[in-house]
Design a protein around this ligand. Structure first.
Ligand code: ADP
Length: 383
């Protein structure tokens, strides 16, 4: 919006004020419109989309505050400057709270009016520009997600599928040396697909695209499902898993899909970074205002210096054992905890195991939604 092309609407029942404001402002090249009451002002606002409105709060008919509220509802970014002869501190504070840009008590000089309008229009320009950039960024993000999904993940999944068909022997016997190479290839592709999936999850959570409607849930149901899901992979490595949750209900105000993701990441890590014959213990506890969940392992642990970094995106601790991962799991955990207005903490000792503690508020509604048996949990089994 070039500032001089700005549309200004003056809503005041006093004709002399309307005229004098018009006189003062018209030389600056603005398009000026006037209305003598709130009703007409609202009507003109919808018709003209003004950038700035000079509004008298004391007019006959609809109350000034009502007009103000409706103007802001229609365009939250419109700049409103209140002009009134009945200036009190309270009314000024009140209107500021309703998103008014400035307050101009009558009588005011032409210079004061011009200055306040100029500043207001500059503010409007900044607001519109930041909105444009936000939209642009959102568009780029969506394009990028679609590029990653369609141009990267889909073809990779197709290659993976073909490799599986070949290695299954359906298409004919595969010599041992070729089979080895194909298996290696398939492993690399799996890592890439996991990385893409993690990145897409994180990006969807961050943008608010992933639905995170919260309801009263029993956290025990969710954790139990995830434990059962990872039991086979723990058993493969001789790792025992135990869930300590003696109560029937552990209520949280949460979103099942993202909580599954959260515990899936923590439990997966507790197995991945454990040692053969180790154990993973998950404990639930209901505190005064929140439910506490602990995921404790007997694994390799994390050094004090690296501990503050593990929640950073793509951060991975380099290890001789070359454990696979995207470095995004804990960023996803942190993001989900934030969305639930909870907290996550970690304590660890090199070679002495790691404990993640998650606290999730449980809201006030006492009805706990029953969870269908083993819902969508399988989608998180990716590594
Ligand atoms: P990923 O596991 O995919 O590398 P994460 O974001 O889940 O990524 O974890 C970041 C890093 O934190 C891991 O690379 C690992 O070094 C460390 N880490 C996470 N959980 C544990 C754990 N339970 N025990 C030891 N190290 C862990």
């Amino acid at each position: 919006m070039p500032e001089n092309d700005a549309i200004i609407l003056i809503i005041d029942d006093d004709e002399s004020i309307r005229d004098s404001c018009r006189q003062v402002l018209k030389n600056s090249g603005y398009e000026i419109h006037t209305a003598e009451d709130g009703e007409k002002g609202l009507h003109l606002t919808k018709e003209l989309n003004p950038d700035l409105i000079l509004l008298d709060l004391k007019m006959p008919g609809m109350s000034g505050n009502e007009v103000l509220k409706r103007l802001k509802e229609y365009d939250p970014k419109v700049i409103i400057i209140i002009i009134t002869g009945y200036a009190t501190v309270e009314s000024a504070v009140d209107s500021m709270k309703q998103g008014v840009y400035e307050y101009l008590p009558k009588p005011f000089t032409p210079k004061e009016l011009r200055k306040i309008v100029q500043h207001g229009l500059f503010r409007r320009k900044c607001l519109l520009e930041s909105e444009r950039l936000r939209r642009e960024k959102e568009k780029m993000r969506k394009n990028f997600i679609s590029l990653v999904t369609h141009e990267l993940r889909s073809p990779l999944s197709a290659v993976q599928q073909n490799l599986m068909t070949i290695t299954s022997g359906i298409m004919g016997e595969v010599p041992d040396n070729v089979m080895k190479t194909l298996s290696r290839l398939s492993g690399r592709i799996k890592i890439l697909i996991n990385l893409i999936n993690d990145w897409l999850d994180l990006s969807r959570i961050e943008s608010g695209e992933m639905e995170i409607e919260r309801e009263q849930l029993n956290l025990k149901d969710i954790v139990k499902d995830i434990v059962n899901l990872f039991l086979p992979s723990a058993e493969k490595q001789n790792i025992t898993m135990q869930l300590n949750a003696p109560e029937e209900n552990y209520t949280v105000l949460g979103n099942a899909q993202t909580l599954e993701m959260l515990f899936s990441n923590l439990i997966q890590n507790a197995i991945k970074y454990n040692r053969k014959g180790g154990s993973v213990t998950i404990s639930l506890e209901q505190e005064d205002n929140y439910t506490k969940a602990e995921v404790k392992d007997t694994g390799i642990g994390i050094s004090k210096e690296k501990l503050p970094l593990i929640f950073e995106q793509f951060y991975r601790i380099k290890d001789k054992k070359l454990i696979e991962g995207s470095g995004l799991g804990l960023s996803i955990v942190r993001k989900i905890v934030e969305l639930h207005e909870g907290a996550v903490d970690v304590s660890s000792k090199v070679d002495g195991g790691t404990k993640f503690t998650v606290k999730l508020p449980y809201g006030h509604n006492n009805t706990v939604k029953q969870r269908p048996n083993h819902g969508s949990v399988k989608s998180f089994m990716k590594k």
